[in-house]
Design a protein around this ligand. Structure first.
Ligand code: HPA
Length: 273
């Protein structure tokens, strides 16, 4: 058995000692969606600290727990507090929670995040459905001995973000009358924001938005056959596009401002099977 797979199974078993909840879908809460947990009809909560060998988030405002509960009648597992590569964790640690949620039975994954707008057609407060991603600026989470229990050595990444789930997100946005932009997400390591020349390069490469998470998670989920959807909240225009310097406080504030629509969209999306 692969060592990583053994670790995933160990974490899943630790969670199973707290709850036998069977999630259909998994959700990762990004900035601005922290309040989503309050909407959930929660059956169980398991803190990352209660799972032996589990990484814990060091970012302020990220609680660090799994919530198990219902969005109407749909059983979901929610990651409240994600692990970021810039915290110093290995990519294996960063994607571990995603793989554990998959091992617990979640077939679908919705990833949310805050991102900087690279495409000038975006504006702060916009919600953007991910149509593709550029992961070339961060190490692959699949480096190392392949875990055959999860997926193949050389997995296809043609359709990281499921066409079917993108359709579901578009339908949900349309029903609510919430505008939903679309674009390509590029992941950097962070923790620094980018320089204006970097943003210019990312624009030339085809990126619509830039952030410090998500793409590696989507890759690990696809590797194990989960169906993935992603939505970014554009909290700021990226460096050099906006003339103002970037600050975490401003990003947080913009995320909080957009949280009402973001939460409604995610709820509407998740409540459908
Ligand atoms: N760059 C990287 N990550 C981000 C940004 C940004 O401009 N905004 C929110 N997350």
């Amino acid at each position: 058995m692969g060592a990583v797979w053994e670790r995933i199974e160990g974490c899943a078993a630790a969670i199973r000692r707290h709850t036998d909840f069977q999630p259909e879908a998994a959700l990762v809460l990004g900035s601005g969606l922290g309040g989503f947990g309050d909407l959930l009809r929660t059956e169980a909560a398991v803190g990352y600290g209660e799972i032996a060998g589990f990484p814990t988030s060091t970012v302020p405002g990220h609680a660090g727990q799994f919530l198990f509960g219902y969005v109407e009648n749909r059983p979901v597992v929610v990651m409240q507090g994600r692990i970021h590569y810039y915290e110093g964790y290995s990519m294996e640690d960063v994607v571990l929670p995603i793989r554990v949620m998959g091992a617990l039975g979640a077939k679908e994954l919705l990833l949310t995040n805050a991102a900087g707008g690279v495409d000038r057609g975006l504006a702060p407060g916009d919600l953007m459905l991910l149509t593709g991603q550029i992961t070339s600026f961060v190490p692959s989470p699949l480096i190392g001995p392949n875990q055959e229990e999860l997926g193949p050595r050389f997995p296809d990444m043609t359709e990281v973000y499921s066409l079917r789930l993108r359709g579901r997100a578009r339908d949900a946005a349309e029903r609510l009358g919430i505008p939903l932009k679309e674009g390509v997400y590029l992941q950097t390591t962070g923790p620094n924001y980018e320089t204006p020349p970097e943003i210019q390069m990312f624009s030339l490469l085809g990126a619509s938005a830039v952030g410090m998470s998500t793409a590696c998670e989507a890759m690990a989920a696809r590797h194990m056959g989960m169906e993935v959807c992603g939505i970014s909240c554009i909290t700021n225009m990226a460096a050099g596009i906006s003339e103002r310097p970037l600050s975490h406080a401003e990003v947080q504030e913009a995320a909080d401002k957009a949280s009402g629509n973001f939460q409604r969209l995610v709820w509407e999306y998740l409540r459908q099977a």
